[in-house]
Design a protein around this ligand. Structure first.
Ligand SMILES: Nc1ncnc2c1ncn2[C@@H]1O[C@H](COP(=O)(O)OP(=O)(O)O)[C@@H](O)[C@H]1O
Ligand SMILES: N[C@@H](CCOP(=O)(O)O)C(=O)O
Length: 326
């Protein structure tokens, strides 16, 4: 469960006095998520999400994350809206952690996404990319290719405990990415973690996107590659071409992919799989036994890396060539 920091009722009630939310009625920790501590708050003016920022969030990045949610809301994208305090700030401090309150988004995430969910997420991702084009802040992607080796160094010594041969496999892939990672593709604001648990649906309708705490400025097509990894593989780690086709159709229906972006899709998807394998591997090796956080399996993403290594063209992900702009 992702509640790393407990909060006492009295300190929460005092914290809420700085916001226009009314009186605290109830609160509870939210079990899902792995990065931050989240609480569902019921106050007399409504329901809200309180987040205490933990390990991977640099407080200096909060203006980017919270400003982005505000910007996307202004552009009509459905996502949580940060609440301003009475003094105008969007962050405060609670239980020794930086903290913010955002609006509660209705809906639930899909444990078993269908082809139509994939199509909807593709369209929503493209909508977010377009809406982010005039966002004024920038944040380099700390978990892009230059960030992978430092993370790997912290896990390499014990990697083969997780899967024999993993260390050699990762070394080969890292060298490949460091020499060939695309640099000159269209860039802008990306979500960078648009997994099924970060997309809410109400019935069949996509109701909004959450969890912008990996958002950054990077290649737009890399975000597509993250989504292909997160949405289009089945439990047995096989790639579902029909889902890939739908996700990509949803995307290009809103924002065309250039020929160069389409050509780069195999390496971007391969790199995205390595990125999630690495953070999962690090957490797998470093989360203390008995911790309540549910560790995510790095081997799932190792299987995806192996799949992407064999892919030669975006058509193998389901991109119809006539849908990519030349
Ligand atoms: N704005 C929101 N509205 C409704 N539920 C939310 C909202 N933000 C977070 N949640 C709930 O909290 C859970 C964890 O949030 P998330 O941002 O994914 O955490 P983490 O960054 O720790 O992974 C989500 O799966 C969802 O159930
Ligand atoms: N999506 C990542 C982990 C980050 O978790 P989230 O709860 O913040 O989406 C993964 O699956 O490895």
């Amino acid at each position: 469960m992702a509640v790393y920091t407990d909060i006492a009722e009295g300190e929460l009630a005092r914290f809420l006095k700085d916001y226009e939310v009314g009186e605290l009625l109830s609160y509870k920790g939210i079990a899902e998520g792995v990065e931050n501590s989240n609480f569902l708050i019921h106050a007399s003016n409504g329901a809200y999400i309180l987040t205490l920022y933990e390990k991977r969030v640099n407080p200096a990045d909060l203006p980017f994350f919270l400003g982005l949610m505000q910007h996307l809301n202004d552009k009509g994208i459905s996502c949580p809206l940060p609440l301003s305090r009475k003094d105008g700030a969007t962050t405060g401090e609670l239980a020794g952690r930086p903290a913010a309150i955002v609006t509660f988004l209705e809906g639930m995430w899909m444990r078993r996404p269908t082809v139509e969910h994939c199509r909807a997420v593709g369209a929503a991702l493209a909508g977010m990319h377009l809406a982010g084009q005039d966002f004024s802040l920038e944040r380099p992607n700390a978990l892009s290719v230059s960030g992978w080796r430092p993370l790997w160094e912290k896990a390499r010594a014990r990697a083969d405990e997780v899967e024999p041969g993993l260390a050699a496999e990762v070394e080969r892939d890292l060298a490949l990415f460091e020499a060939n990672w695309p640099r000159d593709l269209p860039a802008g604001v990306i979500h960078a973690d648009l997994f099924p648990d970060n997309v809410f649906f109400l019935g069949e309708r996509l109701s909004g996107l959450i969890d912008f705490y990996f958002a950054c400025t990077d290649l737009l097509a890399y975000d597509v590659a993250v989504c292909l990894n997160a949405w289009c593989f089945e439990k047995d780690n096989s790639y579902n071409l029909t889902k890939g086709m739908a996700l990509l159709e949803g995307y290009v229906g809103v924002r065309a992919l250039s020929r160069a972006e389409a050509d780069a899709l195999p390496i971007l998807a391969h790199g995205a799989a390595l990125r999630f394998m690495l953070t999962r591997l690090y957490d797998w090796l470093n989360t203390p036994a008995g911790s309540l956080v549910v560790k995510k399996d790095p081997v799932e993403y190792l299987r995806r890396m192996r799949f992407h290594r064999q892919v030669r063209s975006a058509a193998e992900y389901g991109l119809k060539s006539e849908r990519a702009a030349v």
